[in-house]
Write a protein that binds this ligand. Structure first.
Ligand code: ZN
Ligand code: ZN
Length: 410
């Protein structure tokens, strides 16, 4: 790809200007690994050109993670020192904004004991709760993007030679993020506008519940009284606009953690902790998963659901039309950032406080009372397809079609 360098520069510029809306005087904290470096270097250069007052890195590497999980002692496995948490908090308090560049091997954790993975992720999620609040509550500007990693590209295109697979993955990333367009920033402005139209319509409807119907799916999802739909750009507490995910095609809200009933079947495999969970479905009663099955990866799924009380309940409901460019590509990315923007989805675990009125100021007790999931995990799974109908029900019982055959009706 002769123009990879040009596209990386366009991507870096888009990330900083349209994504993070970086202003002179802002600082940047990058979460990167070995595969994100070419993009991270462009981002750093462009960030200084745009007048940021500092860039810091949180670097990890797939091999480090595997070494810990394979050979680490029980103590090492759950060691998340408080000084590291304080480091991140201090950085956010010092006007650092967060950019994560996803470039992981989806198979990274393959073959590792599910209980070890669960112990590690439980320890990190628990320790990171005070850090996560900065992004969950939009106290800082934050953004998740992706970079093509060789191992990732090979998982997506197992039949291509690795260099070709990487080129093809970059091509799809640039397409999904609109970097391939002449003016990506203008393209994002107009895309954001159209997401905001659906967001506003759903908020105006103020549905009491949603009904999902598709082969293997027959599910009623109650929505909390003061739920809020969000899509596209977000705003920090100080009112600064940013785009938390690139790509993004979803309009999402908060299901009532105690008000989900029926059965739902996933329409795409879920790549989780290095394993692939496929052909799976859940049965809910009063919001709780009371039964589940998976054709593949059932043990990983069982571990996940056992993480805490909220792990077996929903925390996000998201609507995506099948005309999404990611759905249209027909590619399974085995990466949530892309796959969640291909199709309608739910998340197991925590809800976002931006999805309920005054969410950031509620106590844990109040959150539970309002039906907000406060789990330590947040894992998306896809349920959308060209066979999915979604209908909204108002409090007075009237029904309004939202999606028919996977497409927006409105
Ligand atoms: Zn989502
Ligand atoms: Zn999600």
């Amino acid at each position: 790809m002769g123009n990879l360098q040009t596209n990386l520069e366009k991507y870096a510029d888009l990330i900083l200007r349209a994504g993070l809306n970086i202003k002179p005087g802002d600082r940047l904290m990058l979460y990167i690994n070995q595969n994100s470096l070419p993009l991270a270097r462009e981002v750093t250069k462009r960030a200084y050109q745009l007048g940021v007052d500092g860039v810091v890195n949180r670097f990890t590497d797939g091999a480090f993670t595997r070494a810990l999980l394979e050979h680490g002692s029980e103590t090492a496995l759950t060691w998340v020192p408080d000084w590291q948490i304080q480091h991140d908090i201090s950085a956010f308090e010092d006007n650092c904004h967060r950019l994560s560049i996803y470039a992981e091997d989806p198979q990274l954790l393959k073959g590792i004991d599910a209980q070890k993975i669960s112990a590690r992720s439980k320890a990190t999620s628990m320790a990171n709760r005070p850090v996560m609040r900065y992004t969950l509550e939009n106290r800082v500007k934050w953004l998740v993007v992706a970079a093509a990693a060789p191992e990732w590209a090979q998982t997506v295109f197992p039949d291509l030679p690795v260099e070709t697979a990487v080129e093809e993955l970059w091509r799809l990333i640039f397409k999904a993020t609109r970097v391939d367009q002449n003016d990506p920033i203008a393209a994002w402005e107009s895309h954001d506008k159209s997401l905001k139209i659906h967001e506003k319509w759903l908020n105006d409807q103020n549905f009491a519940s949603l009904y999902f119907k598709a082969p293997g799916t027959d599910l009623i999802v109650r929505l909390p009284a003061h739920h809020i739909w969000k899509g596209g750009s977000a705003k920090t507490a100080k009112g600064e606009k940013f785009i938390p995910n690139m790509p993004t095609e979803e309009i999402f809200s908060m299901p009532h953690a105690y008000g989900v009933d029926g059965t739902v079947r996933a329409t795409l495999p879920l790549s989780l902790r290095g394993s692939l969970i496929d052909d799976f479905s859940f049965t809910f009663k009063d919001g709780e998963i009371v039964d589940f099955s998976a054709g593949q990866g059932e043990d990983v799924l069982r571990e996940l659901l056992a993480t805490d009380e909220g792990a077996g309940r929903l925390g996000e409901v998201a609507l995506v039309s099948v005309s999404s460019p990611i759905y249209q590509s027909g590619v399974l990315f085995k990466n949530t950032l892309f796959d969640e923007n291909a199709a309608c989805h739910f998340a197991l675990g925590a809800a976002y406080s931006e999805n309920i009125l005054n969410g950031a100021t509620l106590t844990d007790e109040e959150k539970r009372e309002q039906g907000m999931n406060t789990s330590m995990i947040h894992v998306d799974f896809m349920i959308g397809s060209a066979e999915l109908d979604v209908t909204g029900r108002r409090a007075d019982g009237t029904e309004v079609p939202i999606l028919r055959a996977g497409e927006w009706v409105i």
